[in-house]
Design a protein around this ligand. Sequence first.
Ligand SMILES: *[C@@H]1O[C@H](CO)[C@@H](O)[C@H](O)[C@H]1NC(C)=O
Ligand SMILES: *[C@@H]1O[C@H](CO)[C@@H](O)[C@H](O)[C@H]1NC(C)=O
Ligand SMILES: *[C@@H]1O[C@H](CO)[C@@H](O)[C@H](O)[C@H]1NC(C)=O
Ligand SMILES: *[C@@H]1O[C@H](CO)[C@@H](O)[C@H](O)[C@H]1NC(C)=O
Ligand SMILES: *[C@@H]1O[C@H](CO)[C@@H](O)[C@H](O)[C@H]1NC(C)=O
Ligand SMILES: *[C@@H]1O[C@H](CO)[C@@H](O)[C@H](O)[C@H]1NC(C)=O
Length: 564
Amino acid sequence: MFSIKILHSVSKILLSFTLLCTCIAIADDAAFMSKLAKALSPTPSGWSGTSFCEWKGVRCTTNGVSSINIASQSLTGTLPPDLNSLSQLTSLSLQGNALSGALPSLANLSMLETVFLEGNIFSSIPDGCFQGLLSLQSLSMADNFNLAPWRIPAELTQSTNLVILDLGNTNLIGTLPDVFDSLVSLRELRLSYNNLTGGLPKTFAVSGIQNLWLNNQKDGFGFSGTIEVLASMTRLSRVWLFKNLFTGPIPDLSNCTALFDLQLSDNQLTGVVPPSLMSLSSLLKVSLDNNVLQGPVPSFGKGVKVTLDGVNSFCRKDSGPCDSRVTTLLDIAKDFGYPLQLARSWSGNDPCGDWSFVVCATGKIVTMNLAKQNLTGTISPAFANLTDLKNLYLNDNHLGGSIPGDLVNLAQLRILDVSNNNLSGDVPKFPTKVKFNNAGNLLLGHSRGGGGSDTTPSSGSSDAPTESPNTASGGFSLSSAWIAGIVVIGVFFVSMVVVVFCTCHTINWHWTLEKVKNLENEKKVVLIEGQSVIMSIQFLCQVTNNFSEKNILGRGGFGQRGFG
Ligand SMILES: *[C@@H]1O[C@H](CO)[C@@H](O)[C@H](O)[C@H]1NC(C)=O
Ligand SMILES: *[C@@H]1O[C@H](CO)[C@@H](O)[C@H](O)[C@H]1NC(C)=O
Ligand SMILES: *[C@@H]1O[C@H](CO)[C@@H](O)[C@H](O)[C@H]1NC(C)=O
Ligand SMILES: *[C@@H]1O[C@H](CO)[C@@H](O)[C@H](O)[C@H]1NC(C)=O
Ligand SMILES: *[C@@H]1O[C@H](CO)[C@@H](O)[C@H](O)[C@H]1NC(C)=O
Ligand SMILES: *[C@@H]1O[C@H](CO)[C@@H](O)[C@H](O)[C@H]1NC(C)=O
């Protein structure tokens, strides 16, 4: 009886304490809500009296306001700046009004889950506005065209629950930050109708984005670079990239098995439409018009709605295979990443028409002059299929990889200039009738008597390692071969010094010490200048009796025998 009384009083005290706290929180919220009601014009319908928790569109928990919904009421006014004092807020719906002025900071509203602000005329967004939104699932601000130019807020990476981000038509500038590995829940990203630039971020590859809208950036600006990363975004279902500055080929999207809507028109995409796209069974809608696509006109299945009109560089008007010379030239362009200047000029089905960089004689391709075209990528083995080729200029580009060995089979070839690139690997042996220039490729293997310039101006002389590196050069980089060589020579010399010193120690102190001093001096020389190796080896042969087995460390009665 007595104990029950105590329990009763304790619980009464606890209850009143909780109520007090609640009242304080509610009182704080009351101050803000009354400011908000005054700031809006007209006053939202159903917002009268002091018990704001009963106002239309407002919901409270025992701790304060949890939800405000005053969408589509043609409200004007500027929101009070201390909106984030509503610490219990989980949902904010202000869309479809004409609210203006600065958006109040939402920072630290850690319970906030959904924010709808689209279709207003806010003028600015404060720095750090979206910090600490740990519960945020959906942020939609589209069509706030009056905003001062702003950038995609990097602090959104704290919102790891974010599923939908819609910042379309909000005057965004700058690039897409490479943070999509943090936004693990993101499914919809809409950034259309802005002034965004730069490439697609690498971390798109690990995101689970399903709907991607990046279309219609400002005329003459927009996203650029390749769309290669799409191939790794296997959850994609809808992709709108039209009206941007994307370049390069359409990647193989065969792992995007849910993709049904792919809109790529009005870019600068080049290359052959991959056959895998035409056989992607999920696909329902494709737009490819106004690009610089090449090769055969793609033919999609009956159920697929396709637009292909506008500028493209397909080889024929109807569907059907290209001329074999066109196919070969497109193979060549592919290994350069289908550069735009080739795609623009190489259209139609006759390379001997008026294609740039191609010179023909009686319908045969005899010269290709691709010098100084800023080309990247590699030299395609498909050049070997141009059997009439006499002159091939690829000099002064940024080409990597190796020179395809098949080029030696070009019977008519007279001039091959690959100078001033970044080629590596072995140099094929061309017949002497070929004037071959490979100068200015620092990583290219040595071509003995190959006619090319054999001078490598690096600090180590190129003649020093007379045998080993060339024979062991399968995929072995020059620098590591050098290091290995120097280490081997170094270890060898140190052991030989020990051998010589110890051996001579027992025979002839004075004579040997003199020689060893010389030897040590030479060793230093050797490490700096490769050419001294040969001299030293000759010298060593003298003092070690031609490397007699007897003198090898760990064998025989070392140290007890003299020179044989
Ligand atoms: C949000 O919280 C952090 C850490 O508690 C604090 O440093 C920051 O000033 C807060 N921001 C705002 C706008 O209240
Ligand atoms: C778009 O951004 C660029 C800078 O990237 C700027 O020069 C240009 O004026 C902007 N265009 C518009 C219409 O705001
Ligand atoms: C598709 O995914 C598989 C497995 O991850 C991978 O091996 C393959 O290269 C991918 N194909 C393409 C075209 O990216
Ligand atoms: C070559 O490419 C670089 C980078 O891709 C570019 O900045 C430069 O303008 C290009 N030069 C020419 C002549 O196209
Ligand atoms: C060369 O042409 C033949 C026949 O047209 C073709 O099979 C082959 O793939 C081509 N080689 C290259 C490297 O394109
Ligand atoms: C040249 O090629 C090597 C690989 O062979 C690469 O590491 C290097 O970055 C390239 N240099 C330039 C300037 O492209």
